[in-house]
Design a protein around this ligand. Structure first.
Ligand code: FES
Length: 95
């Protein structure tokens, strides 16, 4: 979280933002992407973090590594719920 003091004396606090896109393609669905999406939606989020969650409508091009997802612009391959839990802890999203 970053705070910036404006010229009028007010303080603007910028929250950390993380964007997750779970692949909604056929291979990833068969490999368990729905479970990842459900986990992300119900995960407890720290109050100072802005988390956006979406599911792609089509394949994101990494079927051989299903289930795949995008985390802040980076592809994650062979994602398991355990690995996703660790990623959320690493990013400070869950505590
Ligand atoms: S179906 Fe998910 S990467 Fe192709």
């Amino acid at each position: 979280m970053k705070a910036c003091r404006c010229s009028d004396g007010s303080v603007y606090v910028k929250r950390d933002r993380h964007v997750f896109v779970v692949c909604g393609g056929e291979h990833c669905r068969c490999a368990g992407s729905k479970e990842l999406l459900d986990y992300l939606k119900q995960a407890p989020v720290s109050g100072d973090v802005d988390v956006r969650i979406a599911e792609s409508r089509a394949c994101i091009g990494h079927c051989a590594a299903a289930p795949a997802m995008v985390e802040d612009g980076q592809i994650l391959r062979w994602v398991s719920p355990r690995r996703l839990k660790i990623e959320l802890l690493r990013l400070g999203i869950t505590g």
